[in-house]
Design a protein around this ligand. Structure first.
Ligand code: S3P
Ligand code: PEP
Length: 647
């Protein structure tokens, strides 16, 4: 995992569109194992492509199961009735609980010698309850590291017993693994669940999938399960994997937070996954949800604001994480209860969630099995650590709706269940649009940008003014224009506000002093200092607010807002610019000399284009607008029509 890598999500304004969901992880890995345990070939379609399913596919190949890829997301698995051709193997199962736990059970009952290991975090995720249960049936399993945790050594054993007890309060995957493996014993076995059974809807998925392979489990409540002698898996020929309901939660939440509608295809009222009930919980938060057989649509509440909720989330442990981030957009304190299992998943998810929600400004209380979130008045920008947990990365993409955008560290961790997540997320979310207008001094870009902003009802950023203000502030404090560190420190500290046409520096309104040639040349000097530019970056980006921003400067398109929807390089001949500046100064009653102005403009052009940091140049993707022979109105119209063409 590289912490250096990150993804900067811009402030998002809305979410709208349709997502075709990737296959369900829980169903994919169950179907692969059941197909391998069946006698004969099963064609699996719409299988999830992700790290977790790759681990299962690799394991099956290593065990000697015939795995044939038929095309995109389609496989033919030729099962061997639980008698794996390869009786000796080492399997690496990454961090896939749905591979590790069920394979442990199946291999423990299959009569071979196997070593099962995973990533370091997998070696911290408990498996003792499953091992204890399998040992009651005579299985020979040894811990290779810590007692109760992977890695494991499984050896052939004499199997016996017709009743087995398993704890259900740490992970439902232990019961799932046991149930799926029991037909290998070919005798009637009763499983009793000790203690509370958590994540119960996942057991329902297990029973449904086993039934698709013609093994029917007898069930009394959710505490006793019987697999009869003679049960054996029969391949269903062809089986389709439905979309992933947990993955759906991010898009549905985006629809609820970002007005919507967002439609997900692949899960709906026909789904066998418990996580579709996330949609009901989202509705409790005020979202509008429409259910189709195989689709769900979410829209924001009519009131515009989500409601805080107090929920027991035991039935949706994965999708509940999405509610925790949606809680940032609610009207009060949200409590999510009965989620102790979060602590033993990809990371300690209660601790991770609390830490990262605090970074964006939330007040968070955490307990052994709950989390309580009070949103901040204003969601802050933060660099979110993801703890190699796909769901942390996916959940926190939603924080980008908070107005300031968000940075997701190590975004590639989504590969565990949804490698294309951020691509799909970008397709259905609309960032606050930025029109970047860069150009040389006195090109008229400020006036044009301001008028474009007014015409579109957008915000306006005069980035040059930030540099001039800093120059002014430095002079007032006696800081030299070459003192890079001091200037950068000052840049982080000064309070700069734009109110309509007025500019305020540390609470004092700034007048024409900002427009003097002296302020301009001070700005040009300090703008060449890399640390000063870096310090002003966040200040500039903070201007990106709904419904949009028109920003003028020199590196708006290239550095500050590289994802601008429209990038204009606005220029005019040096002579035309000198003449415009001359007229401007005269109108203000200031003295001016056209030859001196021309010389000054040329010198500044030279300095701005030659400097090593962010030199003035037409950015990639920027279109040229030469205004030498255009008046302001014509230039404004030209920008507006270019915007219409791209928006
Ligand atoms: O059986 C399954 O497919 C799963 C069960 C749940 O785990 P627990 O039973 O450990 O809560 C869930 O969190 C996991 O992502 C998938
Ligand atoms: C808990 C999860 O995964 P696993 O299947 O590894 O338990 C998850 O996907 O959120």
């Amino acid at each position: 995992m590289s912490q250096q890598e990150f993804l900067e999500l811009p402030p998002l304004m809305s979410a709208r569109g349709t997502v075709r969901l990737p296959g369900s992880k829980s169903i994919s890995n169950r179907v692969l194992l059941l197909a391998a345990l069946a006698q004969g070939a099963t064609t699996v379609r719409d299988l999830l492509h992700s790290d977790d399913t790759e681990r299962m596919l690799d394991a099956l190949r290593t065990l000697g199961v015939e795995v044939e890829q038929l095309g995109d997301n389609a496989y033919r698995i030729t099962g061997c009735g639980g008698n794996f051709p390869n009786k000796n193997a080492k399997l690496f199962l990454g961090n896939a609980g749905t591979a590790f736990r069920p394979l442990t059970a199946a291999l423990a009952l299959s009569g071979g010698s196997y070593e099962l290991s995973g990533v370091p975090r997998m070696h911290e995720r408990p498996i003792g309850d499953l091992v204890d249960a399998l040992r009651q049936l005579g299985a020979d399993i040894r811990y290779l590291g810590n007692e109760g945790f992977p890695p494991l050594q499984i050896s052939p054993a004499k199997l016996a017993g017709d009743t087995v007890q398993v704890r259900g309060d740490v992970s439902s995957q232990f019961l799932t693994g046991l149930l799926m493996a029991l037909p290998l014993l070919n005798r009637t076995v009763k499983v009793e669940v000790l203690g509370e059974l958590i994540s119960q809807p996942y057991i329902a998925i297990t029973l449904t999938m086993m039934a698709r392979f013609l093994v029917v489990v007898e069930r009394e409540d959710w505490h006793s399960f019987t697999v009869r002698a003679g049960s054996c898996y029969v391949p269903p020929n062809e089986i389709y994997v439905e979309g992933d309901a947990s993955s759906a939660s991010y898009f549905l939440a985006a629809g609820a937070i970002g007005k919507g509608p967002v439609r997900v295809e692949g899960v709906g009222s026909n789904s066998v996954q418990g996580d579709v009930h996330f949609a009901h919980e989202l509705k409790k938060m005020g979202a509008e949800v429409e259910w189709g057989d195989n689709s769900l649509v979410a829209k924001g509440p009519a009131s515009g604001k989500l409601k805080a909720v107090d929920l027991d989330c035991n039935h949706i442990p994965d999708a509940a994480m999405t509610l925790a981030v949606a809680a940032l957009f609610a009207d009060g304190t949200t409590t999510l209860r009965n989620i102790a299992s979060w602590r033993v998943k990809e990371t300690d998810r209660i601790a991770a969630m609390a830490t990262e929600l605090r970074k964006v400004g939330a007040t968070v209380e955490e307990g052994a099995d709950f989390i309580r979130i009070t949103p901040p008045a204003q969601i802050k920008h933060a660099a979110i650590d993801t703890y190699d947990d796909h769901r942390m990365a996916m959940c926190f993409s939603l924080a980008a709706f908070g107005g300031a955008g968000v940075r997701i560290n190590d975004p590639k961790c989504v590969a565990k269940t949804f490698p294309e997540y951020f691509i799909e997320f970008a397709k259905v979310t609309q960032a606050v649009p930025v029109i970047a207008i860069d150009g040389p001094s006195a090109s008229g870009k400020g006036t044009v940008a301001q008028r474009v902003a007014t015409a579109l009802g957008m915000h306006y950023l005069d980035s040059g003014a930030l540099y001039r203000l800093l120059g002014l502030a430095a002079q007032k404090r006696g800081i030299a224009l070459e003192a890079e560190d001091k200037l950068a420190e000052l840049a982080g500290r000064v309070d700069i506000r734009f109110k309509g046409e007025d500019i305020w520096l540390d609470g004092v309104k700034v007048g024409d002093e900002l427009r003097t040639e002296e302020a301009g040349s001070a700005a040009s000097k300090i703008a060449a200092l890399p640390k000063v530019r870096a310090a002003l970056l966040d200040k500039q980006r903070a201007f990106r607010q709904a419904p949009g921003l028109v920003a003028d400067g020199r590196d708006m398109a290239s550095v500050v807002f590289p994802d601008s929807v429209l990038k204009i390089f606005l220029t005019a001949s040096a002579e035309a610019r000198a003449e415009r500046r001359y007229k401007q100064l005269k109108e203000k009653g200031m003295s001016a000399n056209i030859a001196a102005l021309l010389q000054d403009i040329r010198a500044r052009d030279e300095r701005d284009t030659q400097r090593s940091v962010a030199p003035l140049q037409q950015a990639q993707g920027a279109s040229l607008l030469d205004t030498t022979f255009l008046n302001i109105e014509q230039a404004v119209q030209e920008v507006l029509s270019r915007y219409q063409a791209v928006k």
